[in-house]
Design a protein. Sequence first.
Lengths: 161, 434
Amino acid sequence: MTNNDSSRNTKDVYLTSKGLLESKEELEYLKKTKRAQIAEKIHQAREYGDLAENSEYDTAMEDQAMMESRIAQLESILKSAKVIADKHTQDFVVIGSTVKIEMDDGIDEFTIVGRVEADPSKKKISNESPLGSALVGAKKGEEVEVATPIVRYKCKVLEIK
Amino acid sequence: MMAKVSRDEPLLEFNPKLPKLSKNEQAVLKLLVEAGRLIVPIYLEQEKLAQVKIDKAEIERSAKKDPSFSSPYTSVERLNGKLVAIPYHIKYAAPLKPVADKLNEAANISDNKEFGKALKIQAKVLLDGNYEKAWEAWLKMKPNSLDISIGPLHHLANQFFFPKAAYHAWVGVMEKEGTIRFNNYKTVTLSARRKTLTPKERIDPASIKAIVLDAVLFAGIMARTKFVGLTLPIDVNVVEKYGVQATLFNQPNDLRLKDQILPTFNKIFSKGFKEGFSKEDLRRGYLRSAALHDLAHSYLYYKNAAKNLGDDFYTVSELAATVLGLRLAGYLLLKDRITEKMLESMIVAFISRSVYLMREEDKDNKLMSNYTLGSRIFMNFMFESGALKEFKDLIIVNFTKVFVSINDLSSMLESLLAHGTKVDAGSFVKKYSQ
């Protein structure tokens, strides 16, 4: 699950090598361990009887639906994933760059990643976000405009790592 | 869902659908609710005392000789013609004793030792007036499924320099998903290092706890104000030492949506505009704006702002947090954490609430007068910049201009907090509140 409230159409899926490994591990865990755990929960809940009034059964069924959806999502991601090189240029911002920026009286630092790995609370910003898409291709010292129909800021690239 | 609402009694008991609680938690919650109910007669007594007018200048003269007259935790009364300041814990010792007993009873049965310890400290503090100890215990405690705040509320102290009616209680159960989302916003919005206008003046809270509660009970001043969010404590010295807790309440948000935001929204916007926002958009929008308001407070603690700005401090400080909160929501949008629609919903819900407060100004809502004044300033600022326009009694919103104006207003308000004077604040408030 990403931390993004918005949804986007599927385009190319960019993953770091770490992100690729994590996705593979998660898929394996879901298929080999979690599936069996939830099946067992459903089995136990059935034994409580009266499925119409059985909240444990409803919860377990919901968990199963969510897990199967996640498995399908991960399989789709891994099928079309493009892996970002671990070593990348520091001349300009690419997916995988960690950038330090100045914007609206604040200094911020984050890594640009593909949307699958994006998690702003962990300082990972999607390359498809307004901020990420404005920064990709920018050079150190360059000032770019980050704009949506409502919000518009100048953003200066202070450092690229 | 409301179980019990009384217009006269300062008590709101909600009946939220709660997550599964253990038997022990249910028993503790029952005792906390009973403790909260006991605040009602104390608050009513304070309201009665508040009817007796005492000249503010006379209190200020007395405060020069004895600072306890200006303490937020004393009752100022006239006895035999002489003004006296009696600490709350002494004046209300008798009705506070059963409250403390209930808290101790809850502490004794609680399986959560840390929570039990904090309850015991809270019970003791109600009777000895050492409120800082209670803040320390509350703020150091790990997030718990149950939460209670009880005692005199320092909030709005300037507004109620006299009369004072400050006792409150809230009891709630943590809503996990909302709390995770709130903490996620906290991490994203507070991760940037914001420039400070006067670094020596600004203080950073020692820690920031963010929690969303399903409210079970509001008593005293909380029942009168029905706050949707609250960041406590507000005493900068305590904030610097122990931090703050930003708390959001789901059910009061639903109540505000139903009674204030939706009816106003339906009156002030055109049919076509209204079709763009569902009731759920506005519910989430208002709660989100309250969340960011509370997070924005942590950027706005200036050591001497309350002293420097005098009576206008709360109006300036609360409005500054609201507009900075909306500004921070812009970061969430740029980082793809929220959508344009979500930001628009926040703005529309806040405008609706502002218009509600302005129209209800002459009615019985004096407790919200700082917020009403703040709403008036916000709306006038938006109209003056052309971000809002009026056409045949309807409001037309230009979201891009609103956001630009929010940035301008936010900078002006923060500048007042950082190095403004009473005269600066007074002329700013006068200029935009007419």
